[in-house]
Write a protein that binds this ligand. Structure first.
Ligand code: ADP
Ligand code: MG
Length: 228
């Protein structure tokens, strides 16, 4: 289990995060939703240890956090295969191939990022993150800017990979329907300084329907909290 305990952070004089507390159970997808500028990316940087908090602590993540960002950050001079395998030594050829197949990049192993479409680059970045197999997978608005169909495809692919590999995932987004689709639980951050103001447990993935009264009610609740 990952535990984030009392994380606070100022940027200069500006309090950005204030006493952020939450847990992620093993193999759970938790979505973190909040208004723009509330400190989501700051928290993400702290969890991935790119930045240090002013106070608070984290348990259960060691140094082993995989990340997927909005931009894919693939190495342009490496092929699909090498971009994936480079994050973990020694190379496990069978697992690299399995992930390439699972994200639908079979046949493109030798392609360079510039030879791939945006969606294919995203698939490669996600395969790399699952290959890394960290204690936690952080996704910071990974599907932002994708068109509706591609986003839908990516979400389905992510859930399929997650069912196979059972990673613990923290999924940062400001799209409510995306959170309602991918997550087992949603955390809502307040306006800056960000802190967790609400935790919502979602119904089982099986049979979950964005149009159902239950999900409409949850969507409305989230909207009233983030606009309130
Ligand atoms: P979010 O990802 O939720 O949109 P961020 O974590 O990027 O929000 O930013 C939260 C706040 O922290 C913003 O108001 C921003 O101005 C401030 N901030 C973020 N990074 C820096 C920085 N490197 N220096 C100063 N202020 C920053
Ligand atoms: Mg951000």
């Amino acid at each position: 289990m990952v535990e984030i305990k009392g994380i606070s952070k100022k940027m200069g004089e500006l309090p950005v995060l204030e006493e952020v507390n939450f847990k992620i159970n093993d193999g759970e997808i938790v979505a973190l939703i909040g208004p723009s500028g509330c400190g989501k990316s700051t928290l993400f940087n702290i969890i991935s240890r790119l930045d240090a908090p002013d106070s608070g602590s984290m348990e259960g993540i060691g140094n082993s956090v995989a990340c997927v960002f909005q931009d894919d950050r693939l190495l342009p001079w490496r092929t699909v295969w090498d971009n994936i395998r480079l994050v973990r030594e020694p190379e496990d050829k069978a697992r690299v191939q399995e992930l390439i197949d699972e994200v639908g990049l079979k046949g493109f192993e030798g392609y360079y990022p510039s030879q791939l479409s945006g969606g294919m680059q995203k698939r490669c970045g996600i395969a790399r993150a699952f290959y890394y197999n960290g204690d936690l997978l952080l996704m910071d608005e990974p599907f932002q800017g994708l068109d509706y169909c591609l986003r839908h495809e990516m979400i389905s692919m992510l859930l399929k990979l997650w069912r196979t590999h059972r990673q613990s995932v923290l999924f940062v987004t400001h799209e409510i329907d995306e959170a309602l689709t991918v997550a087992g639980r949603i955390l809502i951050l307040s306006k800056r300084p960000g802190r967790v103001v609400k935790e919502i447990r979602l119904p089982d993935y099986e049979g979950r329907d964005l149009g159902s009264p239950k999900l409409m009610e949850i969507r409305q609740e989230i909207i009233s909290i983030i606009t309130g």
